[in-house]
Design a protein around this ligand. Sequence first.
Ligand SMILES: *Cc1c(COP(=O)(O)O)cnc(C)c1O
Length: 380
Amino acid sequence: MKKSDKPILVTQPALPPLEEFIDSLKEIWESKWLTNNGKFHRELENALADYLGVKYVSLFSNGTLALISALQVMRITGEVITTPYTFVATTHSLHWNGIKPVFVDVDPVYGNIDPAKIEAAITPKTTAIVPVHVYGNPCGVEKIQDIADTYGLKVIYDAAHAFSVNYKGQSVLNFGDLSVLSFHATKVYNTIEGGAIICHDEKTKKRIDYLKNFGFAGETTVIAPGINAKMNEVQAAYGLLQLKHLKANIEKRKQVAGLYDEALENVAGIRILKQHPATDHNYPYYPIFVDEAVYGMSRDELYFKLRENNIFGRRYFYPLVSEFPMYKGLDSARTDNLPIAHQMANQVICLPIYPELEKEDIVTIINSIFINENLKKTKK
Ligand SMILES: *Cc1c(COP(=O)(O)O)cnc(C)c1O
């Protein structure tokens, strides 16, 4: 079996051309305006709103602070219904607000919170639902909104994977009360570190902007115990340059996903995750699910085999968030409450995917998954 001579990581950030960035830096050096709602900050908020097809964007220094702040914006308290099949930041942001997470199991295809199981988890203390569009596939947004309307709950989406994902012809970020994006280096669109809250009306946008700037609503007026979560000018300028190259980068991701699809679709014991049919996708991750009994090797055996070949996939999301010590004791964290999330967490490997991933490397990865000739048998 062929080993890659260099490590192939699960992702590699796309960067804007350095010369373009140097021009932006010169402008910042001349103006000496480094942060606090500067020119690039305002420009990027407007450019992102246009690009994404949403009304209002508030930039943040990272996605986690945006999540923590989004919960404060809506004054969420008590209990919040959420998913265990996510990155820890989703749940930690609840914890930092003194909110009790209530875990609900996920659907077996996409791994998003299962709307059919939400109602049973609602108690008099429930104030909101915090779902995650895992791997960029939209949650059951209509069903979730129905439940929220019936019970008077807020909906805040962790949309860290869903940058530029459109659902039924519009941005998936237009659903729910708020959506939160991450622009971390590992995401489809990055500002090195960064994030945003998407909202749908001007008053909410104003409140978000107060909260990310210590709660200042004027020179001498503080309306809330806000935080400092503003994006600076250097990152905002970098972010503007990134937008120019994004469409081409997503197209390249699509090509990588297409090559994987073609090769892996007929490997018995490997389930690939096809994009949601009603969606313009952004190809942020390429998860595969290993059924040990059929594939003949466990997920972890395959994972470590790939590592031996210098291929560094990641087990997103394993372990489940509900398994970490700070959440494990919750009643909703019981394994029998989350059977599907556990099964996905135990079967998943996210294969490397990024715009500059070379075809030769993709072939090496694919050949490492065809671990023996018997596995090439076609599924019925
Ligand atoms: C990346 C990510 C976050 C956190 O965003 P940061 O910008 O890294 O703070 C939150 N939720 C999910 C699902 C993520 O993937």
